[in-house]
Design a protein around this ligand. Structure first.
Ligand code: NAI
Length: 358
């Protein structure tokens, strides 16, 4: 079979650090294994445009492996051209870069390594909440500049204790964020999700469900976004919704960039309507050099905690998603059943309930 993988370029770092398994250099550690079984393995980071290695090779690939970190966007048009494609594997979590509806129609299965990096992301979320609330980035930048003016940074630094924190999406990551926030003694932990948490799980973290999004937003000091990107969540956090937010809201989005409206966020931060925005996901990846989220600031010069998409690709996570990818491929080659939690699209239908209510 022909296996095509779109991974990110690792450069010198990948040569020096073999545990960077998600790179084109280290190839998820599966080249030898695939070739020993007689399969062809094409690996590239060249993914944009019809002459890219990705788009040229998708036409006769049997299996496509992608990662959310450097997404090979499998559009409906490419699905139509991919005559041999049977299986898409996301090495990580989050398969919105694949046209899932087109895969349903064409009976192409889409699997991901569910759970592989949920702790990695949850830790990043807690860190990002703290760095916004405590105004960490400007304080560190001041030190690097050689300055020392405590009032300049303390004027916008708060405690997380006593604040209301809410998660949009209380699945694997959202719930782990809530668990990790318990010791901070927040005033309240809220969640907004069309799937209610089991009563004992909600009780264990003391989380209250709010069923109306505007109502939810109006109660939060901090919002963390932890739902997949799908038709129902694209642009969910937009100018209209932000009108209902408390002034000075902090937002952390490590789910998908396009869940938050790019321009509405930049404008709200600039106006001081929100006090901070942090995360690692962008509406286009890699983000263009002039993307407003790279440099946007609140009126007193802070409130930006953006980084490249790496929260779910710690070295620990890479070991897990590389192993998970291999096991999905093994099951596929040997006609063995897949782990049910890994199946996003099965043969001709969605198997997950997380990509919208159907
Ligand atoms: P999950 O499937 O365990 O949980 C997702 C939750 O979102 C579910 O409870 C679902 O009901 C809820 N949801 C779906 N649509 C919603 C809506 N319209 N409103 C409110 N809630 C909604 O998924 P998991 O593992 O927690 O991952 C969530 C997302 O995080 C992934 O789909 C991916 O986009 C992102 N992610 C980001 C990573 C990174 O490196 N930044 C790494 C891993 C995941």
């Amino acid at each position: 079979m022909k296996v095509l993988a779109v991974l990110y370029k690792g450069g010198e770092a990948a040569k020096q650090e073999p545990r960077l398994l998600g790179t084109i250099e280290n190839q998820l550690g599966i080249r030898e294994w695939l070739e020993s079984k007689g399969h062809t393995f094409v690996v590239t980071d060249d993914k944009e445009g019809e002459n890219s290695v990705f788009q040229k090779n998708i036409v006769d690939a049997d299996i496509l492996i992608t990662t959310p970190f450097h997404p090979g966007y499998l559009t409906g048009d490419l699905v139509a051209k991919a005559k041999n494609l049977k299986l898409c594997v996301t090495a990580g979590v989050g398969s919105d870069h694949i046209d899932l509806n087109a895969c349903v129609d064409r009976k192409i299965q889409v699997l991901e390594v569910t759970g592989s990096n949920v702790v990695s992301v949850a830790e990043h979320v807690v860190m990002s909440i703290l760095l916004l609330v405590r105004n960490f980035v400007p304080a560190h930048e001041m030190i690097e500049r050689g300055d020392w003016m405590v009032s300049e940074v303390a004027r916008n630094a708060y405690d997380l204790e006593g604040k209301v924190v809410g998660t949009i999406g209380a699945g694997r990551i959202g719930y782990r964020v809530l668990q990790r926030l318990v010791p901070f003694n927040c005033k309240e932990l809220l969640y907004y999700d069309y799937a209610a948490l089991p009563a004992d799980a909600a009780k264990a973290v003391g989380a209250r469900r709010v069923e109306d999004l505007k109502d939810f937003v109006s109660q939060c000091d901090v919002i963390t976004v932890n739902c997949p990107l799908h038709e129902g969540t694209r642009g969910l956090v937009n100018a209209e919704l932000l009108k209902h937010a408390k002034k000075g809201l902090w937002i952390v989005n490590t789910a998908r960039g396009a869940i938050c409206d790019k321009d509405a966020i930049a404008a709200a931060l600039k106006a001081g309507q929100i006090n901070g925005y942090a995360g690692d996901v962008w509406n286009v990846q890699p983000a263009p050099k002039d993307h407003p989220w790279r440099t946007m600031k609140n009126p007193i010069g802070g409130g930006n905690g953006m980084v490249p998409h790496y929260s779910g690709t710690t070295l620990d996570a890479q070991a897990r998603y590389a192993a998970g990818t291999k096991s999905i491929l093994e099951n596929f080659f040997n006609d063995k059943p897949q782990e049910p939690a890994n199946i996003i699209v099965g043969i001709g239908k969605y198997e997950t309930k997380a990509y919208g209510q159907r």
